[in-house]
Design a protein around this ligand. Structure first.
Ligand code: HPA
Length: 260
């Protein structure tokens, strides 16, 4: 049986799943955390905790290729990613939901592609997030009654340290809205395997220099506060995802005309 929808997020989502099972899959890139599979409503859904069960893998050490490859192996066509972000745009506040439309890569040392060899492959990334999945997330976030932003540029930094105030000021001047550490290369790799991918971000803090200091404790604290909303948006979005892909988004045919 193919599982067509996946969630990549923090741990704690296990409880949403009815009849959950864990499956272990090896990949050419290594072994990802076991994939949890089960039902949300009447849909079969897979779940990978990006940082491992028990949050032991830092953002720059996540095996993004193994995670995405394994989801592709079980048949996943659509991924909803959950990401904590800091707000660079002063209009955004802790507790807000953000569904970014574009992304900038400021990572430094991560394997970024499945296509290191011939044929040389350049996927189109003009719309880095699936417009159809985004539309569903935007609608469900709005229905959940939480403050949400449907247009935002996210910048992904290398971490694991938080940014300096000067870095954040640079990002602000460049027009970036939020900053996180986990969207790259996840979004790229999903597109490279022609999977739809969109991100549901929650603002856990104002970025460096916009508040006194930053701690992961604070990220966790806001995450706990906002989690009920995030869960509700995810559950409703999964119910609203059409059974078959329409073929009208750039994702399903990403490899067409992408090879030299
Ligand atoms: N910077 C980078 N990543 C983050 C932040 C931040 O301020 N908050 C949550 N993830």
């Amino acid at each position: 049986m193919k599982i067509k929808i996946a969630i990549i997020g923090g741990s704690g989502f296990e409880k949403l799943f009815a009849e959950a099972q864990r499956i272990r899959i090896g990949t050419p890139y290594g072994i990802p955390p076991p994939i949890l599979t089960g039902k949300i409503g009447d849909r079969d859904v897979a779940f990978i905790p990006r940082h491992g069960y028990g949050h032991s893998i830092p953002p720059h050490k996540v095996n993004y290729r193994a995670n995405i490859y394994a989801l592709h192996e079980v048949g996943v066509e659509r991924i909803i990613a959950i990401n904590a972000v800091g707000a660079i745009n002063a209009k955004f506040k802790p507790g807000d939901i953000v569904i970014p439309h574009d992304i900038v890569d400021f990572t430094k040392s991560r394997p970024l592609t499945f296509y290191d060899n011939a044929p040389v492959t350049h996927i189109d990334f003009s719309k880095p997030y699936c417009p159809e999945l985004r539309e569903i997330l935007i609608r469900k976030a709005s229905e959940a009654g939480v403050r949400s932003w449907d247009h935002a540029v996210i910048v992904c930094t290398e971490g694991p340290r938080f940014e300096t105030p000067a870095e954040i000021e640079m990002f602000r001047r460049l027009g970036f809205d939020v900053v996180g550490m986990t969207s790259i290369p996840e979004a790229i790799l999903a597109r490279e395997l022609e999977m739809c991918y969109a991100s549901l971000c929650f603002v856990s803090n104002m970025a460096a220099g916009m508040q006194e200091r930053l701690t992961p404790l604070e990220v966790m604290e806001i995450s706990r506060r906002i989690n009920l909303y995030v869960e509700q948006i995810i559950i409703e979005a999964i119910k609203a995802i059409p059974l078959e892909r329409s073929g009208n988004c750039p994702c399903a045919q990403a490899l067409r005309e992408a090879r030299l």
